[in-house]
Design a protein around this ligand. Structure first.
Ligand SMILES: Cc1cc2nc3c(=O)[nH]c(=O)nc-3n(C[C@H](O)[C@H](O)[C@H](O)COP(=O)(O)O)c2cc1C
Length: 289
């Protein structure tokens, strides 16, 4: 049996002209030349540098180079990414704010969003930080890193935005730190982009569901003990500690060993116990106290 696929011609903006690509809806706030906060709706905003030291994590944001937002980031170097919840009236306002060519003063008259001051703890002198959207589920306050190429194509600017701080509404922050349940997920919209040359299409946020990672590979405690010993013979593991790694896919085991052993050496621990593993694996243990 052959699958019923057909090739489609790849056009510019292929993610919305030649495919279905689920995207976030973000209001990017920036400061205009007159000092007023500008809100521009954007979807091409994705995690780009996902690991590293504090200050290195970054989003990639793509905007037409002539937008208010792009001009403001090039001039001020800062912006905030406001993730607004799924609500049709918010999406309607986004489409209104997405009309190209209007000045900040003209377009912001039509905004239904409430602006509050930037929440950044560290503010550099001489920089005016944009206000942020109070209705947001979460806000990333960012600084443009201009050492990355801005102009991959002439019409578009590619901004590498270092994520300085992330603010979440209290209940969602609690959910991340203390454990998720379906009802604790925020309702974020999905944008399928500008289609039919007339409409933007969005989908409603549905109830999330979970899928457990199953262990169909034959990793047992003994094989973990063996691999751990080989990884660093100077550190011992109890069986209970090794048992905690049975469900870790084998390709990640070395990385996990490296992290745990580094922490053990830092703390002068020579026998890795289940309790020590719990402490190391809970990256947010400090925040729970
Ligand atoms: C939901 C939505 C998503 C959009 N995503 C993008 C995008 O990712 N990149 C882009 O250049 N324009 C995007 N646009 C169009 C911009 O919003 C539009 O260019 C607008 O004029 C930008 O506002 P500004 O000039 O105040 O920055 C989007 C519009 C909407 C309604």
């Amino acid at each position: 049996m052959t699958a019923d696929f057909e090739s489609i011609r790849i056009l510019d903006n292929f993610y919305q002209t030649s495919s279905f690509f689920p995207m976030p809806v973000v209001l990017v706030s920036t400061v205009s030349e007159s000092g007023m906060t500008n809100l521009g709706p954007y979807s091409l905003v994705f995690p780009h540098i996902i690991a590293g030291e504090p200050g290195e994590h970054a989003m990639m944001f793509i905007s037409r180079s002539t937008s208010n937002t792009a001009e403001n980031i090039r001039r001020t170097g800062v912006c905030a990414l406001n993730f607004i919840p799924d609500d049709k009236k918010y999406m309607e306002c986004c489409v209104e704010l997405g009309w190209p060519g209007e000045s900040t003063e003209e377009k912001m008259k039509h905004s239904i969003f409430s602006l509050i001051p930037s929440m950044r703890k560290e503010k550099k002198s001489g920089i005016e930080y944009p206000e942020v959207v109070k209705e947001s589920v979460q806000i990333m306050e960012c600084t443009w890193d201009d050492s990355f190429p801005l102009e991959v194509t002439p019409e578009c600017n590619h901004f590498l935005l270092r994520v300085d701080e992330i603010y979440l509404q209290k209940d969602y922050r609690e959910a991340i730190i203390h454990g998720m349940e379906a009802k604790k997920f925020p309702k974020l919209p999905i944008d399928y982009g500008f289609r039919d040359n007339i409409y933007f299409w969005f989908t409603e946020a549905n109830k999330p569901y979970k899928v457990q990672i199953t262990d169909r590979h034959d990793t047992n405690v003994n094989s973990i003990m063996f691999a751990a010993k080989r990884f660093d013979p100077s550190v011992q593991w109890t069986e209970e500690a090794a048992a905690k790694l049975v469900s870790v896919p084998r390709i990640f085991l070395k990385r996990v060993f490296a992290g745990v052993v580094e922490e053990a050496k830092k703390e002068g621990v020579t026998v890795i116990t289940a309790e020590f593993m719990d402490k190391v694996r809970d990256k947010r243990s400090g925040e729970k106290d």
